[in-house]
Design a binder for this molecule. Structure first.
Ligand code: CA
Length: 324
């Protein structure tokens, strides 16, 4: 298994390790999975090609890294103002999402699987207050993917930086702000030592799904029960990572606020509304790229609109009630 994460990286790398061990245990040692961190066998962003050509049989990453292969891939990781973890899993397993993901990866000889979720991420670390849309103008922020494009349209300057370069860039003032993941991973990087304000919510990554892709030929060469074990282990790992992130984020947020005196801020409503409108624009343009992306977009948006109505009277209504 090649991965896009540094070896043993908290949550993501350890999630890949957990999946590898689980496949070994469930198969009673008939399958042994060796995990490679980014750069060990192939570079982080070469995972897709490596598994596609069979250099490795499994790959652990996030599908938005492969937008160069297919624009549609981004919808299976995270979309600004898209689906939460619970909604993503519902769409994938019971709303037609998985079949679409399989269709998108099939031309590459890959079988996809949802293999983890971070839950709602944080909005990020800022060295200036964001009180209005005007405060986004000129803001130099590390924010990748579709979220970056949205920030650009709001007048900001998105910057692409790998994880390891975030802290020094924020500390030196080379960037004004950054997003990463959430309290658990952000604290591990020490981001609270380089910025004053910690904004929420992570509108750009509301339930980022991680993936485990399988080389199709290698999977089909296995006896049926071992194929089922691999697929089932991925499904177990998907659930386990979300539980891990939720538990660790709870603890880390408490520490950041109570021990590190982090200034926790919510983005103002008008900023969120502006970002939401721009996000709708950006994803509709992505969808217009090709036929398969349009097909995925239509399914995704239809599911999101339904989930929005149901969750307004269930999850959202309950969480609001609990906080009264
Ligand atoms: Ca992120």
């Amino acid at each position: 298994m090649v991965t896009t994460w540094p070896k043993n990286f908290p949550g993501l790398g350890t999630g890949a390790n957990y999946l590898a061990e689980l496949i070994g245990k469930l198969s009673n040692g008939r399958i042994e999975v060796k995990v490679y961190g980014a750069g060990e066998l192939v570079g982080a962003l070469e995972v897709f090609d490596a598994v596609s050509r069979g250099t490795a049989q499994l790959g652990h990453g996030a599908s938005y890294y492969w937008k160069g292969k297919s624009s549609a891939a981004q919808f299976f990781a995270a979309v600004p103002f898209g689906l939460t973890a619970q909604e993503m899993n519902s769409w994938l397993y019971h709303g037609g999402g998985m079949e679409l993901w399989e269709e998108v990866y099939a031309p590459f000889g890959l079988v996809p699987g949802a293999a983890g979720n971070t839950g709602v991420q944080m909005g990020g670390w800022f060295n200036k207050e964001i009180n209005s849309v005007a405060d986004l103008a000129g803001l130099k922020m590390r924010i990748p993917g579709l979220g970056g494009e949205v920030l650009k349209r709001a007048g900001g300057t998105p910057v692409l930086l790998p994880g390891g370069e975030i802290f020094p860039s924020l500390q030196s003032g080379a960037i004004d702000a950054t997003e990463w993941v959430g309290p658990y991973n952000d604290m591990a990087f020490g981001l609270h030592k380089a910025a004053k304000f910690y904004y929420y919510p992570g509108w750009h990554e509301p339930g980022t799904t991680l993936e485990c892709m399988i080389n199709k030929e290698a999977l089909e060469a296995l006896p049926e029960e071992l194929q089922l074990i691999v697929r089932s282990a991925i499904r177990i790992a998907n659930q386990d990572m979300l539980a891990d992130f939720t538990a660790k984020n709870n603890q880390a947020l408490e520490q950041l606020v109570n021990e590190q005196n982090v200034d926790l801020r919510r983005f103002p409503d008008d900023v969120l509304k502006k970002l939401r409108d721009l996000s709708d624009e950006v994803i509709a343009e992505e969808a217009a790229q090709d036929e398969i992306t349009k097909k995925v977009f239509d399914s995704f948006v239809k599911f999101r609109d339904q989930a929005k109505k149901w969750h307004a009277v269930s999850e959202q209504a309950y969480l609001n009630a609990r906080s009264l």
